[in-house]
Design a protein around this ligand. Structure first.
Ligand SMILES: NC(=O)c1ccc[n+]([C@@H]2O[C@H](COP(=O)([O-])OP(=O)(O)OC[C@H]3O[C@@H](n4cnc5c(N)ncnc54)[C@H](O)[C@@H]3O)[C@@H](O)[C@H]2O)c1
Length: 346
């Protein structure tokens, strides 16, 4: 067993989150702290008090707390780096890690980037540098999803034909649902995607523009269809994720009273016993297991990229008023570009 020296970039205000954010840095830290092979050795946050507060929580010495993440990387050369900063900073920070002191693994928060070109770059450059890039799609390691995968593998719903997702938005929060759709469809790339969005109010979250409502339809290369509804239309799906097979279906509502339900042909819904678990801890344990084994973690960047391509593909479909055949040939965030050009709204 190797002892992994871990650094957190973007601690957040305080444990449990502040006014402006969830402080995911603390959640990552708690997961490393509970792992027997990890030691948190340094942190960086632009706000000095945030870093100092984090250092106090994790008993770090004064010289392990930084405001400049590049200086921190240079001084400590960590084995694992967690990137828990706002979305537009993910790709530049990952690039800084590779350029300064490439760690064995980078565990970056979702969604990967606010620009499609950077999503591709993150995956390609980490692969070229032999750095394991994982994205914190921790719901893949949650109890309901693990159980759902077991039921699918046991053939309880027959062959998967359609996957569905619902959330308040398509990308900032909804990327979890898009990622799970892709997971249930066998981590295949999508072949084409089309969609529509409404942007009557709009908002900014974690450095990105967010639409009010969206619908999307896509087909994976293996022929499985995907559908997503967000905002005011999300109830159309009836649960956060749904997997429809030739002989039944699954409905997943992570935090609801019935986190996982199964309906087989000719019968009503059956509640499947499972608990939410501790997916954040499970994600960290999983990425370390993969490092040790040299295997591919299910939350690897290349898998996360597929869900991101569907979200950017839906935005691009709105921009071009057309079905988008993949792979995407854009660099930017089409939604932000359309908002900037005042092309959306009633
Ligand atoms: N996986 C999940 O379920 C989940 C849940 C919530 C948020 N998130 C994601 O986590 C990420 C962070 O969100 P949050 O709500 O924790 O944010 P937050 O605002 O609570 O924390 C981010 C911290 O990063 C710091 N920061 C910004 N730029 C920096 C830089 N260049 N160097 C060092 N520190 C820097 C900020 O000062 C801030 O303290 C986002 O991508 C968000 O979408 C994921």
């Amino acid at each position: 067993m190797t002892e992994y020296r871990v650094a957190i970039i973007g601690t957040g205000a305080e444990d449990g989150g502040g006014e402006d954010g969830f402080a995911m840095g603390y959640r990552h830290a708690a997961a490393y702290d509970s792992h027997p092979d990890c030691e948190i050795v340094a942190c960086a946050d632009l706000v000095p008090e945030y870093g100092e507060r984090f250092a106090e929580s994790y008993d770090l010495p004064a010289d392990a707390t930084w405001t400049d993440h590049v200086e921190m990387l240079r001084a400590h050369e960590p084995d694992i780096v967690s990137v828990t900063t706002p979305i537009p900073t993910h790709a530049p920070i990952v690039a800084d890690c590779l350029a300064t002191a490439p760690p064995a693994a980078i565990h970056c928060e979702k969604p990967m980037s606010n620009r499609w070109g950077e999503v591709v770059e993150m995956v390609d450059t980490c692969a070229a540098a032999d750095v394991q890039l994982t994205i914190n799609h921790q719901l893949r390691l949650s109890g309901p999803v693990r159980r759902a995968v077991e039921l699918i593998n046991e053939g309880r719903i027959g062959d998967v034909r359609r996957v569905e997702g619902a959330r308040r938005d398509l990308y900032e929060a909804g990327i979890h649902q898009l990622d799970l759709c892709t997971y249930f469809a066998g981590d295949e790339p999508a072949a084409w995607v089309m969609g529509s969005i409404d942007f009557r109010e709009g908002e900014r979250r974690s450095g990105m523009v967010i639409e009010d409502q969206a619908v999307g339809l896509w087909m994976y290369e293996n022929g499985v269809y995907g559908m997503m509804a967000t905002g005011d239309g999300q109830d159309a799906v009836g649960s956060l994720n749904r997997v429809i097979g030739t002989e039944g279906e699954l409905a997943i509502d992570f935090w609801g009273e019935e986190p996982l339900r199964l309906r087989q042909d000719g019968s009503g819904w059956e509640s499947i016993e499972c608990t939410y678990g501790t997916p954040q801890e499970a994600a960290v344990a999983h990425l370390i297991e993969a490092l040790e084994a040299g295997s591919e973690p299910v939350i690897v960047g290349a898998n996360a990229k597929r869900g991101a391509e569907i979200a950017f593909g839906i935005y691009e479909s709105v921009r071009r008023r057309a079905r988008i055949d993949l792979p995407l040939d854009i660099e930017d965030d089409p939604l932000a570009a359309m908002v900037e050009a005042d092309q959306l709204g009633n």
